[in-house]
Design a protein around this ligand. Structure first.
Ligand code: MN
Length: 523
C-alpha cells in the first residue's frame, strides 16, 4: 500500500541509489548500495528508490537484495513506459515487505518527440503501462518526465489518465532544474485544482539544482499541497544534483513555525549518511554546503565565537547534535587505549567486532605515533579502510619517492597475487611518478578519471584522504585511502581502485554488468 500521509505529513523519497548513483562517476558497488539502503531505512526514509532494474544485471541484483533486506521503508524500482521494463522492476522489488513500481515517460514537446508519439498515442501508452504496473502491485508511482515544460492542459490530461489507471503517487519532476519557487507552487496548485479525486493520491515533487533552487522549489511545492519530496543525500545527482535530503528535512524542522509539516526522519543520522555517501560516491561535500558542509557549524570570527560562547542561539539556528555531529570532537592520542578507542567509535555509531577493533587499533596506534591528536574524522577514515572487504590482490610493500627541484622519481615494490614486483619510474611530480610505477608493475588500460586530495583535519600533520576513479571500458570504480603521507595515500587509493576493478572483472567476465541502455534522467 502507498503510505498515506496525514495532512501535515510529508513523505521523504530518497533516490540517492538511483538518480544519485546515475550521475557520471558516482557508481557504487553492490555492497555499498546495500549499506546505504540499510542506513536510509534506519533513518526513517519512507520510500527508497533503489535503482533501475532493467539497466543491468548489477542494478537488478542490487535492487533485489535491498528489497529482501528492507525493514520499514517502501522499496521502489524504476522502469520506462513498457511492459518489459515494468516486469523487470517488479521481479526485483517483489520480495520487499512493501514494494513500489515507478514508471515514467517524458511528456513535454521535446520528450514526446523522442519516441515520436502523438499526444493521443502517448496518452494511450500511459494508460496501458500504468494499468500493467497496477496489475502487479497496488503501489504505483507515475512520473511525467519534464513536467515543468509540459503544456498544462496536456499535463492535467495525462495525470488524470494515470490516476484512473491506478497510480497512487503522481510525481511532478523538474527534470532540467528550470522552475522557480512560485512557479513550482503554482503548478502543484493548478493540478490539485483541475485533476479530480485529489484525496485519492499524492503529488510528489522532484527537483534538480541547476539554478540552485531545488530545495526552495521542493518546499514551495509542499506548501502548495505536494506531500512527497524526492531527494538525495548531499544533493547527489546528475549535473548540479537533486534536492538535498538534509536541506529539506532540516528546513521543515527548524522552520516548523512557518512550514508546519512533519517527516519521519531521524535527523541525528544525517551526518553519518552524508559522510558515507561522500566516501562511496567519491563526491566530496563542499565545505560551505548547507547542513553537512565542514564549515556549516564553525564559528571562526571573534564576534561570532564570543556570541556563541555566551549563548549558542546568538548565531546558531540548529544544534550540531540535531544532525548527529559529535560536538566532542576531541581527541585521542598515542596514550589512548583500546577501551577509549572502542568507546569513541561507539559514540560515532560503530559497533565493531573484536577483530575489526583490533585491526583499527593497530592502525590507530600507527597514526597516533605520527600525529599528535587523532580527531573523529581521522577515526572515520581508519574505519572506512578497515571495513573495506575488497581482496588485496595488489598490495603496496614499499615506496620511496624523490621529489624537489631536480625532478621526481618513484621506487616501488608491490605484490601482485603474492609475487613481488618492483619498478623505478619518473613522472611529472611525485604522484605521477608513483602512478607510473603502479602501471609498470601491473599493466592496465584503465583511465584515471578523477584524482582528489582532501585534508581530513587541520595542520600540516593532517591525514590526507585521496579518492581515485578509474574507468576501464565503462567499468567505473572508485578507490580511496588515508595517510599522513599524501603520496602514500595516493598510491594506496590507486591500488585500492585496481583491486576493486579486478573484483568487477571477475564478477562479470566480459562486462555483462555494464548498463546497456543509455537511459535518460527521470525528472
Ligand atoms: Mn532526476
Amino acid at each position: 500500500m502507498t503510505p498515506t500521509p496525514k495532512q501535515d505529513h510529508v513523505l521523504i523519497f530518497d533516490t540517492t541509489l538511483r538518480d544519485g548513483e546515475q550521475s557520471p562517476g558516482a557508481t557504487m558497488s553492490h555492497e555499498e548500495k546495500l549499506e546505504i539502503a540499510a542506513m536510509l531505512d534506519e533513518m526513517g526514509v519512507d520510500v527508497i528508490e533503489a535503482g533501475f532494474p532493467i539497466a543491468s544485471e548489477g542494478d537488478f541484483n542490487a535492487v533485489s537484495e535491498i528489497a529482501k533486506n528492507a525493514k520499514t521503508s517502501v522499496i521502489c524500482g524504476l522502469s520506462r513506459a513498457n511492459a518489459t521494463d515494468i516486469d523487470r522492476a517488479w521481479e526485483a522489488i517483489k520480495h520487499a515487505p512493501r514494494a513500489r513500481i515507478h514508471t515514467f515517460i517524458g511528456t513535454s514537446p521535446l520528450h514526446r518527440a523522442i519516441p515520436n508519439l502523438t499526444m493521443d498515442e502517448m496518452a494511450e501508452r500511459i494508460h496501458e503501462t500504468v494499468t500493467h504496473a497496477r496489475n502487479l502491485t497496488d503501489d504505483v508511482q507515475w512520473s511525467p518526465m519534464d513536467s515543468t515544460r509540459t503544456e498544462h492542459d496536456y499535463l492535467c490530461r495525462v495525470v488524470e489518465i494515470a490516476i484512473k489507471a491506478g497510480a497512487s503517487t503522481i510525481n511532478i519532476p523538474d527534470t532540467v532544474g528550470y522552475t522557480a519557487p512560485r512557479e513550482s507552487a503554482d503548478l502543484i496548485r493548478m493540478l490539485i485544482e483541475k485533476v479530480p479525486g485529489v484525496d485519492e493520491f499524492i503529488f510528489a515533487t522532484h527537483c534538480h539544482n541547476d539554478l540552485g533552487m531545488a530545495t526552495a522549489n521542493s518546499l514551495a511545492a509542499v506548501e502548495a499541497g505536494a506531500r512527497q519530496i524526492e531527494c538525495t543525500i548531499n544533493g547527489l545527482g546528475e549535473r548540479a544534483g537533486n534536492t538535498a535530503l538534509e536541506e529539506v528535512v532540516m528546513a521543515l524542522k527548524v522552520r516548523n513555525d512557518i512550514m508546519p509539516y512533519q517527516t519521519r526522519i531521524d535527523t541525528s543520522k544525517i551526518m553519518g549518511l552524508s559522510r558515507r555517501v561522500a566516501t562511496v560516491s567519491g563526491f566530496a561535500v563542499q565545505y560551505n554546503k548547507a547542513i553537512v558542509g565542514k564549515n556549516a557549524f564553525l564559528h571562526e570570527s571573534g564576534i561570532h565565537q564570543d556570541g556563541v560562547l555566551k549563548n549558542v542561539e546568538t548565531f546558531e539556528i540548529m544544534k550540531p547534535a540535531d544532525i548527529g555531529l559529535n560536538e566532542d570532537n576531541i581527541v585521542l592520542g598515542k596514550h589512548s587505549g583500546r577501551a577509549a578507542l572502542k568507546s569513541k567509535l561507539g559514540a560515532l555509531g560503530f559497533e565493531l567486532g573484536q577483530n575489526q577493533l583490533n585491526d583499527i587499533f593497530v592502525r590507530f596506534k600507527d597514526l597516533a605515533d605520527r600525529k599528535k591528536e587523532v580527531y573523529d574524522d581521522d577515526l572515520l577514515a581508519l574505519v572506512r579502510v578497515a571495513e573495506d572487504t575488497t581482496p588485496d590482490r595488489l598490495e603496496l610493500k614499499s615506496l620511496k619517492v624523490i621529489c624537489g627541484t631536480d625532478g621526481q622519481s618513484a621506487e616501488m615494490t608491490v605484490t601482485v597475487d603474492g609475487t613481488e614486483k618492483s619498478a623505478t619510474t619518473t613522472g611529472d611530480g611525485p604522484v605521477d611518478a608513483s602512478f607510473n610505477a603502479v602501471k609498470e608493475v601491473f599493466p592496465h588500460a584503465a583511465k584515471l578519471e578523477l584524482y582528489q586530495v582532501h585534508a581530513v583535519t587541520q595542520g600540516t600533520d593532517a591525514q590526507a584522504t585521496v579518492s581515485v576513479r578509474l574507468n576501464e571500458d565503462g567499468r567505473i570504480v572508485t578507490g580511496s585511502s588515508a595517510d599522513t603521507d599524501t603520496v602514500v595515500a595516493s598510491v594506496r587509493a590507486y591500488i585500492h581502485a585496481i583491486n576493486r576493478l579486478l573484483v568487477r572483472r571477475d564478477k562479470v567476465g566480459s562486462g555483462a554488468d555494464e548498463r546497456e541502455i543509455n537511459y535518460k534522467d527521470v525528472g
